[in-house]
Design a protein around this ligand. Structure first.
Ligand SMILES: Nc1ncnc2c1ncn2[C@@H]1O[C@H](COP(=O)(O)OP(=O)(O)OP(=O)(O)O)[C@@H](O)[C@H]1O
Ligand SMILES: [Mg+2]
Length: 251
């Protein structure tokens, strides 16, 4: 399967082995393995409660891991904290809006750059606004004045301003208009062409498949299957993805 993987020969950006996550005594991720290569767009699918967000949070050291090994950019970062990972370029755009509504669009973007540069990085702010010109027109607006879709775009732009080597997106659609998710994923795809890796969790399978190169299916806290988007589309895994309730938009 791996030899079909178009990015198989590119350097591995993220290598997760045996990831286990528990909340108290309840183990919800049981030894998951996954990989993302340089310039690769990977989507992690699975039904509600499968453990996708828990895995992303644990990878980014935003919650404690029970077990497993994480390598990032060739380094063992199993013991690194979230701040160190962010500084290395592991950037999380989490589920839901997390922009600062009392700050302007520009200041929100500036906040995104602090992980890389404690003094802020004006050039990175400007380049994020070049990538999302719709934000440039709103630069002095308070984020609270933005629509839900605009706030979601701002959250992603904030992640991009942090100069990710790996951009992790947890359900950027967030129940918003398909046009917004299309816009966000188009930008993410553009970044992969410059070598950035993308790890996406998304319920809108059809949308995700338009952009992704490789797919992992999470079932009950385990990786139940994986493959290129083409092989998943034409094989049996697609049935499990839909039957598992990972999607609500099958045609
Ligand atoms: N903070 C928490 N404390 C306790 N249990 C949690 C917590 N967060 C998630 N869980 C449980 O862990 C399991 C996996 O949840 P998780 O949010 O990782 O799933 P998910 O695949 O992201 O689902 P969704 O598609 O609904 O976002 C679920 O059973 C959930 O109830
Ligand atoms: Mg989730």
């Amino acid at each position: 399967m791996d030899d079909q993987r178009p990015h198989a020969s590119s350097p591995i950006v993220l290598d997760v082995t045996g990831l286990t996550v528990a909340y108290g005594k309840a183990e919800v991720v049981h030894g998951a393995n996954l990989r993302v290569h340089e310039g690769e767009f990977v989507v992690l699918l699975g039904r509600n409660g499968a453990g996708k967000s828990s895995s992303l949070h644990a990878i980014g050291a935003l919650i404690q891991r029970k077990g497993g090994e994480i390598r990032f950019l060739g380094q063992d970062v199993t013991k690194s904290n979230a701040r160190a990972l962010a500084r290395m370029g592991l950037v999380n755009v989490l589920e839901g809006h997390r922009v600062f509504t009392t700050l302007s669009v520009e200041d929100n973007l500036m906040l995104g750059t602090y992980a890389q540069n404690p003094h802020g990085d004006k050039a990175a702010v400007e380049s994020a606004m070049e990538i999302f010109p719709e934000l440039a027109d709103l630069r002095h607006q308070l984020a609270s004045r933005l629509s839900g879709g605009q706030q979601q775009i701002l959250a992603v732009a904030q992640g991009i301003a942090a100069k990710p080597k790996l951009l992790v997106l947890d359900e950027p659609s967030g129940g918003l208009a398909p046009l917004v998710i299309d816009r966000i994923l188009t930008v993410a795809k553009t970044l992969t062409r410059q070598g950035t890796a993308v790890l996406l969790v998304e319920q809108l399978v059809k949308e995700a498949f338009k952009f992704a190169d490789y797919c992992y299916l999470m079932e009950n806290g385990k990786i139940g299957g994986e493959g290129t988007v083409e092989s998943v589309r034409s094989g049996d895994l697609i049935q499990r993805i839909y039957l598992g309730g990972a999607a609500s938009e099958q045609e």
